[in-house]
Design a protein around this ligand. Structure first.
Ligand code: BV8
Ligand code: ZN
Length: 271
């Protein structure tokens, strides 16, 4: 245990002398809030693996099923709270900004829990559960209504025995822009879809300019997000990985703190 304590102490030392910190997060930071992660058991909804529904093909084939999946996640996330790791990140950002330094948060998560914990200017690489995008006029709107539309009220149960509701597309969320009325989709980046180029550029700029990086709760499998921490490490900038297990990126990280991030991140970022 003393070894880990010394490593944590040296990381905290290093961190105290940096001024442009990049914090990358994945679904593992929300796990202890009760939000299922993609990998492991949490990756299933009914008889589907989450990634098989998070695709444009799945939405084109069965928009009612995909909307039920996202309505379920909107309902679930609307009932959970940020955890100590989200709070530690938000407080650390506030403290550093008060010292005239920078902390940038770039997340793969679509749950908005960093923002709920008070974090500022969060870069959402993969969009948000609470934004819709029109499939025709591309208008993007914030929408936190539960249910998002009457036809989805009480729908979305993850119970594998539930048959899909086959809601007619006219009753699925529709665009409110005058003379449009087209089918809305979640404003989320699905597998096989390109990330927003401004968002991607911002992330790459931060990868190039940061002088320390924390990567929290990500399996480092999904690209391009999985590239960022290794790219920082290649600049010989200190990178610390916080995870309950090793990942394909671990060997490139200068630090790896194993354990639940509500403990490890809270310790690393404490004043
Ligand atoms: C693109 C929104 C290109 C949806 C998401 C073959 C090889 C390489 C790449 C590919 C390939 N085939 C396809 C690709 C591309 C693909 C990809 O990378 N696939 C992977 C699976 C191989 N990528 C894409 O499609 C991306 N787009 O590449 O476009 C392109 C180029 C030209 C032209 C057209 C296109 C788009 C990817 C974005 C997809 N959308 N999310 C939704 O949420 O519904 S991705 C989604 O999955 C998440 O956002 C996240 O990014 C990823 C899950 O990863 P994690 O967040 O890391 O979560 P995970 O469950 O995996 O792991 C949790 C971790 O936390 C674990 O390590 C666990 O140990 C840890 N943990 C758990 N509890 C705790 C903890 N740690 C600490 N404390 C705890 N308590
Ligand atoms: Zn529209």
């Amino acid at each position: 245990m003393t070894h880990m304590r010394n490593v944590m102490k040296s990381f905290r030392e290093v961190l105290s002398n940096t001024s442009n910190i990049l914090i990358l997060t994945g679904s593992g930071i929300s796990a202890e809030s009760g939000v299922p992660t993609f990998r492991g058991a949490g990756g299933f909804w009914r008889k589907y693996q989450a990634p098989s529904l998070a695709t444009p093909e799945a939405f084109a084939a069965n928009p009612s099923l995909v909307w039920e999946f996202y309505e379920y996640r909107r309902q679930l996330v609307s009932k959970v709270k940020p955890n100590k790791a989200h709070e530690a990140v938000a407080e650390f950002q506030k403290r550093k900004i008060a010292e005239g330094k920078n902390v940038s948060i770039v997340t793969q998560n679509i749950d908005g829990l960093h923002q709920k914990a008070g974090a500022q200017d969060v870069v959402e690489l993969h969009g948000s559960l609470y934004k819709t995008r029109c499939t025709k006029c591309h208008n993007i709107a914030i929408n936190e209504n539960i249910p998002i539309c009457p036809a989805l009220a009480g729908k979305g149960s993850p119970d594998p025995s539930i048959m899909s509701s086959d809601i007619p597309t006219e009753e699925l969320p529709r665009c409110k822009i005058k003379d449009c009325g087209a089918l809305l989709r979640p404003d989320i980046i699905w597998f096989g879809e390109q990330l927003d180029e401004n968002v991607l550029q911002k992330a790459f700029d931060l990868v190039k300019s940061c002088d320390a990086c924390l990567v929290i709760g990500t399996s480092a499998i999904v690209y391009p997000a999985a590239m960022f921490a290794p790219q920082v490490a290649q600049r010989n900038v200190p990178v610390a990985e916080f995870n309950i297990e090793e990942t394909p990126a671990t060997r490139q990280m200068q630090y790896h703190f194993q354990g639940p991030c509500t403990t490890t991140v809270a310790e690393a970022l404490a004043p």
